[in-house]
Design a protein around this ligand. Structure first.
Ligand SMILES: O=C(O)C(=O)C[C@]1(C(=O)O)C=C[C@@H](O)C=C1
Length: 296
């Protein structure tokens, strides 16, 4: 049975992993911190790690991108998208007014993962501007803390699963700024997945490109190698190399398999320009609708 490291029970990561796994039995190994989710597979305690990498509202999860690039060397095996439905969670009787409605102005603190809190800014500003925002390691950790501190005016932003695991009430449903809120997850690990859905509609390759030096048109030259081969890029992002101020690498997602002649040639051309190229993985990418149960 595959062992899979992920954030704790009731997190968005947990919901997303259940979606990916479907009926497939797997041992889920929960960790409080994303660093431990990464390290668990690095140290061979698990076969795969589930990593949230990008969100519709918040964009890239920089901390996780940096871990993926700088701290571990595990290829991406699959990518999928899961809807991040966030709710305001707490003990209803603590906040209920005489009218029977929840009075959000009674909330003293709202706890959550900073990426989740950032997705709910408008709701918080409108309904609970007085609340102090407190960071937690995951949405479900936040819900757990609320459960452990009854009567102290605490509420959390988290999943329905998190609310039911910790036996708390959903005070307000779907509190994200936009309804179309999705998170892109990746599964990293040394072994390719044994079973994949029959129909892979989209292969993707993630590469890191480090320019040899900063000169006019350097990035243009890199992009030209993709452009004239009509290779479609779905994402390009620069992140600091952390070695020198102003030195950046480019994280590029190409909608093509690394085995394709065109992409192989593009990578060779970019290397010939003096750039360093690292392939982070070449993997199937599933939309939420496409994902079927028997992936692992
Ligand atoms: O805290 C959780 O529930 C997570 O799975 C983490 C995480 C993230 O780090 O991006 C995942 C998706 C959510 O949109 C917010 C938080």
């Amino acid at each position: 049975m595959k062992r899979i490291a992920l954030l704790p029970e009731g997190s968005v990561s947990h919901e997303a992993a259940l979606q990916l796994l479907g009926d497939e039995p797997a041992e889920l190994v929960y960790h409080k911190l994303i660093s431990d989710v990464f390290l668990s597979t690095v140290h061979g305690k698990t076969d795969y790690s589930v990593i949230p990498i990008e969100n519709t509202i918040e964009g890239s999860v920089s901390l996780h991108m940096d871990w993926l690039v700088n701290e571990v060397d595990l290829p991406i095996q699959v990518e999928w998208v899961y809807p991040s439905i966030q709710n305001l969670i707490g003990d209803r009787k603590e906040f209920v007014a005489d009218s029977g409605e929840v009075d959000f102005t009674r909330i003293r603190q709202i706890l959550s993962h900073p990426v989740a809190t950032a997705q709910c800014q408008q709701f918080i500003r409108k309904h609970a501007p007085q609340a102090e925002l407190v960071n937690a390691g995951s949405t479900t950790e936040a819900v757990g803390i609320v459960k452990e501190h009854p009567g102290q005016g605490l509420a959390a932003i988290g999943t329905n699963l998190g609310a039911s695991i910790h036996k708390l009430d959903v005070l307000a449903q779907r509190v994200t700024d936009h309804d179309n809120n999705y998170t892109r997850f990746i599964l990293i690990g040394n072994q390719p997945l044994a079973k994949l859905p029959q129909q892979i509609k989209q292969m993707k390759t993630s590469i890191l490109v480090t320019l040899p030096e900063d000169f006019p048109g350097a990035l243009h030259q890199v992009l030209a190698a993709f452009a004239w081969r009509r290779l479609n890029l779905s994402r390009i992002e620069s992140r600091p190399t952390k070695k020198k101020l102003g030195s950046y690498y480019f994280y590029i997602d190409v909608l093509e398999s690394v085995d394709s002649v065109l992409l192989t040639a593009a990578i060779e051309e970019i290397k010939a320009l003096g750039c360093q190229v690292r392939v982070l993985g070449s993997y199937p990418s599933y939309t939420y609708q496409e994902l079927i149960s028997e992936v692992l």
